[in-house]
Ligand binder design. Structure first.
Ligand code: SF4
Ligand SMILES: [Zn+2]
Length: 369
């Protein structure tokens, strides 16, 4: 990757800007980050070597543009046209523009923009639900060829399922905030977004933990040097078609812990076996029922991204279905939330066996007269 900063300095406009790293860095060297000025690298994309070749090469990867400002900042209106000229000239490079000002895009695009350019990805940042609900609809409507969402710093739980369902978002990136005054990022928020990404088959990138990371109810302080590393090591990024989640280390709950939690759920407690179910189990015998359970688990749950996830298990019609709802083994989302089995993972034999056993345990204790 390369970084192209045509101008430097920015104005704070939203909650995500509170601890802006551009401000923090500038302050540390006595500079005022709210003053916006062109940099010496303004024409980097078209800079050539003495032999007449472009300095920035395709092999260098994505060109992250305007990382110490905002590309659609009003103060930069006078310079932007020239940037578009350079981006147009370098069709061989992939430019990523990360912005909190997606609402200015349509005022800032060049005349020949059309439905967007192939070599430009627009990444809209949204740090909380309010900003997500304001910016993402604009991102979806705007003429853009490649769209991404960046939740960094993620400040609360953010629901974006309805936006992902459009199929127009190519990637979602999540991460916490860095710095001494960083706000806490909760792993549960990240997992929730990831589950939606898996369900809609959208690429998901868990970039970094931030400085204060909450996991299983406890807040950890993470050193700057470990923030990216720890996120990477968790294997919680999701790339459709790869089985990265296979590397996630997890432990299913103990039987006792699971039962205690299930007891507290009114919804789960509602399921029971009626006489008809009990007769059915008697007629078939437990081995047959186990066989059914095994098949349901394999066919409906074990794919990386099962069809219709969340709706694949009927509420009645087979004692195993009831047992699945009662034990929260009904869909991949419940399997992650109640049993720690990561979404986006192809269930291996051991996972399938654990789920089948959980179902059968319930049937044995709730299905016998
Ligand atoms: S928009 Fe980005 S660069 Fe500008 S102040 Fe906010 S966080 Fe900083
Ligand atoms: Zn479920």
């Amino acid at each position: 990757m390369s970084i192209w900063n045509p101008w430097h300095g920015c104005k704070k406009i939203s909650p995500g800007c509170v601890n802006c790293y551009v401000y923090r860095r500038d302050e540390s060297i006595g500079k005022n980050a709210s003053e916006v000025s062109k940099t010496g690298y303004f024409d980097l994309p078209v800079k050539k070597t003495r032999t007449g070749e472009y300095k920035l090469k395709k092999e260098d990867g994505v060109v992250y543009s305007c990382m110490t400002s905002d590309f659609f900042l009003k103060e930069a209106d006078i310079w932007r046209e020239k940037c578009w000229d350079m981006i147009r000239e370098r069709k061989d490079l992939e430019f990523h523009i990360i912005t909190k000002r997606i609402d200015r895009l349509e005022d800032c695009i060049p005349e020949d923009w059309g439905e967007g350019w192939d070599n430009v990805t627009i990444c809209s940042t949204c740090e909380n639900q309010d900003r997500a609900d304001y910016r993402i609809p604009i991102l979806l409507k705007a003429p853009i060829k490649h769209r991404q969402i960046i939740m960094e710093p993620m400040l609360e739980e953010i629901k974006i399922d309805k936006y992902l369902e459009t199929g127009l978002i190519e990637q979602v990136t999540c991460g916490g905030e860095s710095g001494d005054n960083a706000r806490v990022c909760d792993f549960n928020w990240i997992k929730e977004v990831r589950r939606e990404c898996v369900r809609t088959n959208t690429r998901f990138y868990f970039k970094q933990t931030g400085a204060f990371f909450k996991k299983d109810g406890q807040i950890y302080k993470i050193d700057r040097k470990d923030q990216l590393k720890q996120a990477d090591k968790s294997h919680y990024s999701y790339i459709p078609g790869t089985n990265e989640a296979e590397k996630i280390v997890y432990n299913p709950p103990t039987k006792e812990n699971l039962l205690n939690r299930l007891k507290q759920s009114k919804f789960r407690q509602n399921f029971y076996l009626n006489e008809e179910d009990i007769q059915y189990i008697k007629d078939k015998g437990l081995d047959k029922i186990r066989g059914h359970a095994k098949d349901f688990v394999k066919d409906r749950l074990s794919a990386q991204n099962p069809d219709n996830d969340g709706k694949q298990t009927p509420m009645r019609g087979h004692p195993v279905f009831k047992a699945q709802h009662a034990t929260a083994t009904c869909c991949r989302s419940c399997l992650e939330k109640w049993h720690n089995i990561p979404s986006g993972k192809i269930l291996n034999e051991k996972d399938q066996e654990y789920i089948t056993e959980t179902i059968m345990d319930w049937i044995k204790t709730h299905g016998r007269d």
